[in-house]
Design a protein around this ligand. Structure first.
Ligand code: Z5A
Ligand code: MG
Length: 214
């Protein structure tokens, strides 16, 4: 049996990740694949509840401590991701380790410190980075009340995502990280994503799941 594909959607605020992840999982399941959604942070676990309290400013945590909690939240899901991939299930993740690095590095933590705790996690077969100019994002509603939802933090995070993209492509190959314009209607963006995912699904059969940064 062919293994499933591990596909990640990344991007700044309101680039449409959650919208597109839901559509992609539906479309995969309708076209004869088995697929499920994996959201990061997963706010349902004990660690996820600490992260949720932090994001809602109900708890204060040291920058390094919260960074490690985001990573631990991925590690507690890693075995299930690997098992499901091996059983032929395609996983579509709404954010992953790349958000972890970009947001923490944007706060000023050293890039290598941000990268290291995730080394060895399941390596996505394809990461789609949804890009949307700030002026388009601002038409999709005002910034919310959560931490990081402000223009200054988003600008610095955008710069760090560019460094993350270079790192992924240098270590794991150019085709693992693909930038996708999220400008246009939801259906137009969905069509762009589907074309790229369709190509990735054809490629995964022969390869085992890799390890991030290793
Ligand atoms: N974080 C971190 O620091 N470290 C980590 O390791 C991880 C995360 C994993 C919470 O993430 C925060 O955690 C986040 C990063 C940090 N902080 N920030 N900022 P989250 O994933 O829970 O955040 P979110 O609030 O769910 O996602 P989002 O970025 O704000 O939105 P989105 O998922 O990209 O967009 P959306 O919800 O699909 O769409 C937004 C709106 O636009 C909605 O009304 C849609 O109907 C509309 N939309 C979507 N597409 C379109 C198009 N094409 N046209 C017009 N309107 C559209
Ligand atoms: Mg979202």
């Amino acid at each position: 049996m062919a293994r499933g594909a591990f596909i990640v959607l990344e991007g700044l605020d309101r680039s449409g990740k959650s919208t597109q992840v839901a559509k992609l999982v539906d479309r995969l399941n309708q076209t004869g694949h088995k697929a499920r959604l994996q959201k990061f942070p997963d706010r349902t676990t004990a660690i996820g509840k600490m992260i949720d309290a932090y994001l809602q400013s109900q708890a204060e945590l040291d920058d390094r401590a919260i960074h490690l909690l985001f990573s631990a939240n991925r590690w507690e899901c890693a075995e299930a991701i690997k098992r499901d991939l091996a059983n032929g299930m395609t996983i579509v993740a709404d954010r992953y380790a790349f958000s972890g690095i970009a947001f923490s590095a944007a706060k000023g933590l050293p890039f290598t410190f941000c990268l290291n705790p995730d080394a060895g996690l399941p390596l996505p077969d394809l990461t789609l980075y949804l890009t949307v100019p700030p002026e388009v994002a601002s038409t999709r509603g005002a910034y919310g009340v959560e931490r990081y939802e402000n223009l200054d933090m988003q600008t610095r995070t955008r710069e760090q995502f560019a460094a993350v993209a270079r790192e992924v492509q240098a270590r794991h190959g150019e085709d693992r990280w693909v930038q996708v314009s999220a400008v246009g209607t939801i259906d137009e963006v969905e069509a762009r994503i589907w074309e790229l995912v369709d190509g990735a699904l054809r490629r995964v059969d022969e390869t085992r799941v890799g390890e991030l940064w290793l």
